[in-house]
Ligand binder design. Structure first.
Ligand SMILES: Cc1cc2nc3c(=O)[nH]c(=O)nc-3n(C[C@H](O)[C@H](O)[C@H](O)COP(=O)(O)OP(=O)(O)OC[C@H]3O[C@@H](n4cnc5c(N)ncnc54)[C@H](O)[C@@H]3O)c2cc1C
Length: 519
């Protein structure tokens, strides 16, 4: 993917009437773009910032049915998500992993409830199950989780779920869509929806953030896949539309793996004050998080509240022998989830079912909100099917259930470079031709110079943050270390793209500023 070439292609196609223009380059929009392109539609996707900049790079990184939703009795959602979990692991083996979880058990009642409940979870997964769940005694629990506090512990329940790299998954979708002839562009902000004389949407205006150039684009169908920003696009369609979304913020902290010292993850579905707590190994570190807090402000760069961070630290301390302190945190990241606001009483909220919601406006704007990363494929299929069933698109069959995002098989993954899918061979070649490129860019981060260069040439980064936050996960794994390598990354980008010294220093300054809210 090369942004300059794709923009040139868009200009060449200025008279094209796209079958579908998708607004939003997160999990939902990219899933739809890939679904549409693989069915043979002419697809354009526009993302105002970077792909996965918003919620889709800030998830807990689980490919899961949702043990919690089962406790809430939402079995249909769990079954659907477990099926999608299986497909995602099959179709993207380079970005997904089988993760063992242990639920520590403190009462006889919990032992019974979680053992039976998780057996049922396995059953719902059917032939796509990732491994059986079972009860383990206290000694076995402590051998798997050596840093779990032992007070009152009766045992544990082991179960399996998937884990993944969310933003790299977004690039895998973008690339597959581009391979199928779709155009996917980051840093393209949709500003206006265009309508015909009957008031039906027939295109949109978008601004290329890189050049400031404005584009008028024609489409048979516009899909609003903008997540927490969906109300902003709804206002472009109908200035009288009422707010339907209130954001809820989930915060995670990343700690050194020495705080868990285990390959197993800890899941506590209900702490003694009724919250969730999880600690999950991820790329050699540990992601720790808990439940969400409702907020009033929607932002592309949400910032964790100090009280949320303290809450995670205090809750973790109750369960971990080595209590994490504020200064131990390698990264803090916050993500926003849309809650359904009551339009007649904006103060009150109820959670959108974690199931997605698809709506069609009078003027033909198809909007999809909610759902989960795990179910992105199914959401895309339903969105396009809905457009077909309402006569907005010609009939074509969905093929994504068996669409592989890499040709790598799970038993043929390169030690470390598998996250680039088939391209790991190109990166290995770069390193064999110039071994210096194979050295780690920083001893605290699992990335080499070769990867940074390969990313510049193939994954449309526009600024230093795009490389450090989403194409590599440096910012999320160790924010301070990522700030220290920002000058080198800016230098490499400047050489690759022909930028001047001023660009480099502006980038370093902007990145340093960004990092402040991640530490
Ligand atoms: C804290 C948290 C943890 C989560 N953990 C998990 C998990 O472990 N597993 C799981 O399956 N799911 C998880 N989820 C859910 C999952 O992350 C989301 O369902 C998913 O990322 C939503 O993707 P999206 O594309 O709808 O929204 P987003 O990722 O927010 O994408 C919307 C995009 O639209 C763009 N946009 C907005 N306006 C415009 C415009 N005018 N022009 C162009 N582009 C525009 C935005 O820039 C943005 O990139 C989690 C969610 C949260 C909040």
């Amino acid at each position: 993917m090369n942004r300059r070439k794709l923009v040139a292609e868009l200009k060449k196609q200025s008279e094209t009437v796209w079958d579908i223009i998708v607004i939003g380059g997160g999990a939902t929009g990219l899933g739809i773009a890939l679904d549409g392109a693989s069915r043979g539609y002419k697809i354009l996707l526009l993302e105002q910032s970077d792909f996965a900049k918003a919620t889709s790079s800030r998830s807990t990184k689980l490919v899961h049915g949702g043990v919690r939703y089962m406790a809430q009795g939402d079995l249909l959602l769990v079954m659907e998500a477990l099926h999608e979990r299986g497909l995602m692991l099959k179709n993207a083996p380079h970005l997904t992993f089988n993760q063992e979880f242990v639920i520590p058990i403190y009462t006889f009642w919990d032992a019974l409830m979680y053992t039976v409940g998780l057996k049922f979870y396995d059953l719902l997964a059917g032939r796509l199950s990732m491994g059986k769940s079972y009860f383990i005694n206290r000694a076995e629990t402590l051998s798997r989780l050596p840093l779990l506090k032992a007070d009152g512990l009766k045992g544990g329940v082991v179960y399996h779920d998937g884990q993944f790299d969310d933003s790299r998954m977004a690039f895998a979708l973008a690339e597959s869509c581009a391979e199928k002839g779709g155009i996917v562009l980051n840093y393209f902000k949709v500003t206006t929806l265009l309508k015909d004389e009957r008031g039906r949407i027939n295109g949109l205006k978008a601004t290329d953030i890189a050049s400031g150039e404005e584009f008028n684009l024609k489409a048979n169908l516009v899909i609003n896949a903008t997540g927490i920003f969906a109300d902003e696009v709804a206002l472009m369609d109908n200035p009288d539309s009422k707010p339907t979304i209130r954001p809820s913020q989930g915060v995670h902290i990343v700690l050194d793996k020495s705080f868990l010292r285990s390959e197993s993850a800890i899941m506590i579905p209900k702490t003694d004050d009724g919250r969730v707590l999880f600690a999950i190994p991820w790329y050699n570190e540990v992601v720790v998080g808990t439940t969400d807090t409702p907020l009033d402000k929607i932002s592309l760069e949400p910032v964790a509240l100090e009280k949320e961070i303290n809450f995670i630290l205090q809750t973790a301390e109750k369960y971990l022998i080595k209590p994490p302190r504020r200064e131990d945190i390698l990264c803090i990241f916050a993500g926003l989830r849309p809650l359904a606001a009551n339009p007649d009483n904006p103060g009150s909220t109820k959670e959108v079912s974690r199931r997605h919601k698809i709506t069609l406006s009078h003027s033909g704007l198809l909007t999809i909100i909610g759902g989960k990363w795990t179910t992105y494929r199914r959401m895309a299929e339903e969105t396009i099917d809905r457009a077909i069933n309402t006569g907005l698109l010609n009939k074509a069959k969905c093929v994504t259930a068996n669409l592989k995002l890499t040709t790598l098989a799970s038993n043929n993954l390169s030690e470390r470079l598998h996250i680039y899918g088939d391209h790991y061979i190109d990166i290995e070649r770069m390193i064999s031709e110039n071994p210096g490129l194979g050295l780690p860019i920083d001893s605290r981060l699992p990335y080499t110079k070769a990867e940074i260069l390969w990313i510049c040439r193939n994954e449309m980064p526009f600024n230093v943050e795009d490389i450090l936050a989403r194409r590599t996960r440096s910012l999320f794994l160790n924010a301070r270390a990522s700030a220290e390598i920002a000058p080198e990354v800016a230098g490499l980008m400047a050489i690759e793209f022909g930028y001047d010294r001023k660009w480099e220093s502006d980038q370093i300054e902007a990145y340093d500023e960004l990092v402040k809210s991640y530490i």
